[in-house]
Write a protein that binds this ligand. Structure first.
Ligand SMILES: *[C@@H]1O[C@H](CO)[C@@H](O)[C@H](O)[C@H]1NC(C)=O
Ligand SMILES: *[C@@H]1O[C@H](CO)[C@@H](O)[C@H](O)[C@H]1NC(C)=O
Length: 179
């Protein structure tokens, strides 16, 4: 498996990463319970019928986007991710070579308030083989890493082809990895 960091196109990336806790990854979904639309945080995951096909086996989600409106999401109880030592979202993906997608990090001003703070991060230049993509919260300025509520994948560059997604996690990566 390739390890690759792909970063958002975001101007003014200045915030230093504080990562004092750096615990083991928090698994959001490994797709073992896709058949009941349930993720590893015991919450809802779905494409709301926007893909032409979608299924999971062997901890791998396979889906075929059919239009620019195709998406897939993971919702979960509000996560104080940065307080808990995480500074990035990690997922494993196999998409078309040169392909791109958008990861939306939906959050709110704090876990006890619902006011939405969402940010789209563009992931570009997929390799065409299975790879780990790391999206640091610092590439999603405008989203609150201390009140993360949902992750949504959309904007798939190639339609009517099978993409694979697996092992969605919050992770703590060394600041040296973040450019
Ligand atoms: C997948 O996650 C579940 C928890 O949701 C865990 O019990 C199971 O062991 C995991 N499976 C694999 C193959 O990692
Ligand atoms: C899932 O991803 C995390 C974070 O990248 C990694 O530490 C872990 O080994 C992965 N688990 C599997 C089963 O691939």
């Amino acid at each position: 498996m390739q390890f690759l960091s792909i970063f958002a196109i975001v101007a003014g990336l200045t915030a230093p990463i504080q990562c004092t806790l750096c615990g083991p990854p928090l698994q959001i979904d490994n797709f073992s319970r896709w058949s009941s639309n349930t993720n590893s945080l015991n919450d809802w995951t779905s494409d709301d019928g926007t893909m032409s096909t979608i299924s999971a086996s062997n901890n791998l989600l396979l889906f075929k986007p059919s239009s620019s409106g195709s998406y897939f999401y993971e919702s979960f109880p509000c996560q104080t991710a940065s307080t808990n030592g995480y500074n990035a979202v990690s997922f494993v993906i196999k998409g078309p070579s040169g392909g791109s997608l958008i990861l939306e990090i939906a959050s709110s001003v704090c876990c006890s308030a619902n006011a939405q703070l969402s940010k789209n991060v563009q992931v570009i230049g997929l390799s065409g083989v299975t790879q780990t993509v790391i999206v640091p919260f610092s590439s999603a300025i405008g989203a609150n890493p201390n009140a993360v509520r949902e992750l949504t994948w959309s904007g798939f560059s190639t339609l009517n082809t099978v993409w694979q997604l697996s092992n969605i996690s919050f992770v703590c990566i060394p600041s040296s990895v973040i450019v």
